[in-house]
Design a protein around this ligand. Structure first.
Ligand SMILES: Cc1ncc(COP(=O)(O)O)c(C=O)c1O
Length: 372
């Protein structure tokens, strides 16, 4: 009999905090603190502590957090920001939203993160920043990135939207750059019950600017220091996130255990490449991404068995219509282009059982056995 295993299932974690949340909601309703307010403040304090940064500002989404971090760091029209092409479009769209130009650099074939040794050749007189993405839950190689940034006078904004609690040489993601953006989209390792995001930083000026920009350029109601945005985190999301943050380490450990079971069960399947954990990294497996030769057929095969499998992502950004104006062509980023034809994400989330993972792995093995 088929099991039904979606790519992401949030019910397990929702059920765990439902009771506590219902206790919290009364206070929010009584105080009418629906936007920012004490629950967001408490969460901001706890999340900054968690990341090992001095400050955290709750923002309306991860995309908005990236935009505000870049704006606060002074990105202006025509500035170039170096990033990657195998990521969600919010990474590069946030750069464009500030008037900047995304410059795509190729990735490492084993970690799928930005290849630091290719960054310097992409630097021009207009380059202002590097935006590494900690893709799938594993940190980019931050030591050489920070060194390059220092040598060339650039700043670093981390896209940590997929890497809550991930570590690099024992330090948490988000604590390396001038600032970092997190997404609390529901399916993320730390997910809200709606949209949400945060900027974390050790720089008081960045924090002050982000908090002004997220609230229409004001510190005081109707007194506007500049034009800003409506990019504030909601009180209800602050309460949900603060409850879930207490469990994040435990839930990341469950993701790591799930990844271990996948690796054990699939280690002798020669037709696929498993994800690796770099020696400097603590991977938190936001996604469990394997590589195969015919991913479309595998996806269909798994779907027929009730298993949700996805592509993260389908097509490299530098070859998408949205970036035709940048003039990239096929062959410009060979590793990105190669791996993006092969990647397929298997279900992973806290609460997935060993039995479910073994069922998925059996199906993957059956797929390849059928091809022989
Ligand atoms: C790498 C990356 N950057 C940015 C974002 C944008 O976050 P959000 O969806 O919260 O705007 C996401 C999440 O979808 C992401 O995965």
């Amino acid at each position: 009999m088929n099991m039904n295993i979606p790519l992401v299932d949030l019910r397990w974690q929702t059920d765990l905090i439902k009771k506590d949340f219902l206790k919290e909601i009364g206070g929010i309703l009584d105080s009418s603190a629906f936007i920012l307010g004490p629950k967001v403040k408490e969460f901001e304090k706890h999340f900054a502590e968690y990341c090992g940064t001095k400050y955290c500002a709750g923002i309306s989404s991860g995309t908005d957090a990236l935009i505000l971090a870049l704006r606060a760091a002074g990105i202006e029209y025509g500035d170039e920001i170096i990033t990657v092409s195998n990521t969600f479009i919010a990474t590069s769209a946030s750069i464009s939203a500030c008037g900047g130009k995304p410059v795509f650099v190729d990735i490492e074939e084993d970690s799928y993160n930005i290849n630091p040794s290719l960054i310097s050749r992409a630097i021009t007189a207009k380059t202002k920043a590097i935006m590494p993405v900690h893709l799938y839950g594993q940190c980019a190689d931050m030591t050489p990135i920070m060194k390059l940034a220092k040598n060339y006078g650039l700043f670093v904004i981390e896209d940590a939207c997929q890497a809550h609690g991930a570590e690099y040489t024992g330090k948490r993601s988000g604590s390396f750059g001038m600032g970092a953006a997190f997404s609390f989209y529901p399916g993320k390792n730390l997910g809200a019950w709606g949209e949400g995001g945060a900027v974390v930083t050790n720089d008081q000026k960045i924090f002050d600017e982000v908090t002004v920009l997220r609230d229409h350029g004001s510190r005081e109601k109707y007194i506007h220091l500049k034009e800003g945005f409506n990019m504030r985190l909601h009180g209800i999301q602050g309460a949900v996130l603060d409850l879930k943050l207490k469990m994040l380490d435990e839930w990341n450990a469950l993701r790591r255990t799930a990844a271990g079971i996948y690796k054990r069960e699939l280690s002798n399947v020669n037709e696929l490449i498993l994800p690796i954990e770099k020696p400097y990294a603590k991977h938190v497996y936001h996604l469990f991404v394997i590589r195969v030769k015919d991913r479309e057929s595998l996806q269909k095969f798994l779907l027929d068995k009730g298993i949700g499998a996805g592509f993260h992502y389908k097509y490299p950004l530098h070859l998408q219509e949205a970036y035709a104006y940048l003039g990239y062509k096929e062959g410009d980023l060979p590793i990105t282009e190669k791996i993006m034809k092969e990647i397929i994400s298997l279900p992973i989330y806290p609460g997935i059982t060993e039995e479910q993972i073994i069922y998925i792995c059996k199906a993957v093995k059956e797929f390849f056995a059928g091809k022989k």
